[in-house]
Design a protein around this ligand. Structure first.
Ligand code: GTP
Ligand code: SPV
Ligand code: MN
Length: 596
């Protein structure tokens, strides 16, 4: 066994690292301490190994480029497993593997997988290090790219070992090897009962940065249900009004449906005096706290964001966040160290190197950047970071928003009648598929609370837990639904989106505080056109009206088609949600018959 400096005395951690080292047989073991010197050294090593390419350091100080294996560009939901003792615990929406079988199968793949390689031991904390809600994880990985990314996405190194201490068994055991990056030998397995994750065969994003989707959502959602809180795929934003009132909003949109953009929103000119700041852009851990309110912390420390479509007009704060100390994965680059992507402010250069590393010429229809190309940037880079982003208590949430990517039916914004109806809106949320996961069928799929790929247990039980939270929260947030993506019949977005979403956000915040009007429809409360500030909006009011329209014939189809989804959920589907669907469907059906 290789010897290494061991910066902890924790016998449980040491025993586990030894066990994994015996299995993988690395040439050396390196414990990450999270220091600046270590980061510098790892970056140099990654450059020497051509895992990272330095960008032009004048244009892009501290920035690097990474080409992933072209077969490894997104999360793989068909290879992601929840390994609970029974299949029923994983439920009908997850892939399930028997834990003993999963351990056997993956151990065979780990066997000798790190021969000749370095095994990095990466201790990290999800959540502010001094927060009572934070969780410690340790990721073992043979990928220097993963170690470097974990150093940005989490509070990594010494602080995590200090928090764990010398005796605690309470840490997530995250085992990861890229091995030979073979899609036929790629598995992302979760063992909620063992607080363990085993991932093999992928070096990308949510498959490999185990603190993110694997721990902070799949494992955490399982813990949250047992402990009475929520782990959700939500951004958290701070909205300050011209009068200085501050409200916090959490929003669940599926992958690549606008969380990072919404969390970094810059209001249009007609919203002078409003400021939006970011607490988190992807994950929220929510607990009942002071004042009987729901308090949220962002467990992450950086952003792993979608690059295409990001520019100074759509998301200036993201552009500023990635100006330095950023890793770009799978965008296009130039031979002199610049980067480009579809939807960047400037025209493409005549000749570039595409995300696969191949020559690319202007005029070709092939995309230069992969649609799921990503940036990894420290959250401290964000000029609009909330001063509470690192606060151990988090922030109190006034409104929860659900929102999918829907070309039809779903209006720009809708407020639920009550908590149960709000949970129903989340439970039946549909969204058109995006590039954030490989191998999904095109079209609308139901994605409850944007958590379909991330619920670490049975989905019906998860929805019941959401319903049960109502009586645990004396002052619950109001629940809303939005859709930025409704289209004209010829396929153009009706709503301009991005910064203009402030107009909708203001109504939501005002509704949450009971200070603005609304109109009751059969499917929820909506703003009257006069309730939205549309001053200075550059699109025709007719488009906005189309985006806001509620068409009962479309809703009849929508509610009828949700039956199939509810049947899929099976016997654990909460009855109030089934009844809610029937109630709405009956009302909408009779309205549609009357031509309303
Ligand atoms: P994940 O990191 O995968 O969880 O994605 P996300 O939910 O953070 O989505 P993100 O903000 O990165 O946006 C994804 C894509 O949607 C990008 O290409 C954006 O440019 C685009 N987008 C974001 N907000 C809007 C909007 O309001 N309107 C339109 N039309 N597109 C948007
Ligand atoms: C998502 O897919 O929701 C992401 C990217 O945020 S990944 O980290 O790959 O999961
Ligand atoms: Mn996400």
């Amino acid at each position: 066994m290789p010897t290494e400096e061991r910066p902890t005395k924790n016998p449980h951690l040491l025993a586990w690292v030894d066990e994994m080292a015996r299995l993988c047989k690395p040439e050396r073991i390196e414990w990450c301490d999270g220091s600046a010197e270590e980061r510098k050294r790892l970056l140099e090593q990654a450059v020497a190994q051509k895992v990272l390419l330095p960008l032009d350091q004048k244009k892009w100080p501290g920035c690097y480029y990474h080409h992933s294996n072209p077969n490894d560009v997104a999360r793989v939901e068909h290879l992601t497993f929840i390994c609970t003792p029974t299949k029923a615990e994983a439920g009908p929406t997850n892939n399930w593997m028997d834990p003993a079988e999963a351990y056997r199968k993956l151990a065979a793949l780990y066997e000798g997988a790190m021969k000749g390689r370095t095994m990095f031991v990466v201790p990290y904390v999800m959540g502010p290090t001094d927060s009572p809600f934070a969780k410690v994880g340790v990721e073992i990985t043979d990928s220097i790219y993963v170690a470097l990314n974990m150093g940005m996405m989490t509070r990594m190194g010494k602080a995590a070992l200090a928090r764990l201490g010398d005796t605690s068994r309470e840490f997530n055991k995250g085992m990861h090897s890229v091995r030979d990056c073979d899609p036929d030998r790629r598995f992302i397995c979760h063992f909620p009962q063992d607080n363990t994750i085993w991932s093999v065969g992928s070096g990308y994003g949510g498959n490999a940065l185990l603190g993110k989707k694997c721990l902070a959502l799949r494992i955490a959602s399982y813990l949250a249900r047992n402990e009475g809180w929520l782990a959700e795929h939500m951004l958290i934003l701070e909205a300050e009004s011209p009068e200085g009132d501050v409200s916090y909003v959490a929003a669940a949109f599926p992958s690549a449906c606008g969380k990072t953009n919404f969390a970094m929103l810059i209001p249009p000119h007609s919203f002078e005096g409003w400021t939006i700041r970011t607490v988190g852009d992807d994950i929220a851990w929510l607990r009942v706290g002071d004042g009987g309110r729901l308090w949220a912390v962002n467990p992450e420390y950086g952003y792993f964001g979608v690059v295409p479509g990001t520019n100074f007009k759509t998301n200036p704060n993201a552009m500023r966040s990635i100006e330095r100390d950023t890793i770009f994965t799978n965008v296009a680059r130039t031979s002199d160290g610049d980067v480009w992507w579809e939807g960047k402010d400037n025209e493409p250069y005549p000749q570039m190197i595409d995300w696969k590393g191949q020559p690319w010429r202007k005029g070709t229809t092939d995309k230069a950047a992969h649609p799921n190309s990503r940036f990894t940037a420290p959250m401290q880079n964000n000029p609009a970071l909330s001063r509470f982003a690192d606060h151990p208590k988090g922030v109190p949430i006034s409104a929860i928003i659900f929102g999918g990517r829907r070309s039809t039916t779903i209006p720009l914004v809708l407020q639920s009648f009550n908590w149960t109806h709000g949970v129903f809106l989340g439970a039946t949320m549909g969204s058109e598929t995006t590039a954030a996961a490989q191998g999904l069928k095109e079209g609308v799929r139901r994605d409850p609370m944007a958590m379909l790929p991330f619920i670490g247990y049975d989905a019906g039980t998860y929805l019941q837990h959401w319903l049960d939270m109502q009586t645990r929260i004396p002052n619950p947030p109001k629940i809303f639904m939005v859709n930025w993506f409704r289209k004209t019949p010829d396929g153009k977005f009706l709503w301009p989106g991005y910064g203009e979403n402030m107009r909708v956000l203001k109504w939501i915040v005002d509704r949450a505080h009971g200070r603005i009007g609304a109109k009751e429809t059969l499917v929820g409360w909506v703003p009257r056109t006069t309730d939205l500030n549309l001053g200075g909006l550059e699109v025709p009011v007719a488009n906005v009206e189309q985006a806001m329209k509620i068409d009962y014939a479309e809703w009849e189809n929508e509610l009828a088609s949700e039956e199939e989804w509810f049947q899929k959920l099976g016997p654990t589907l909460p009855r109030p949600l089934a009844l809610q669907r029937e109630l709405l469907l009956e009302r909408v059906r009779s309205a549609a018959r009357q031509g309303a």
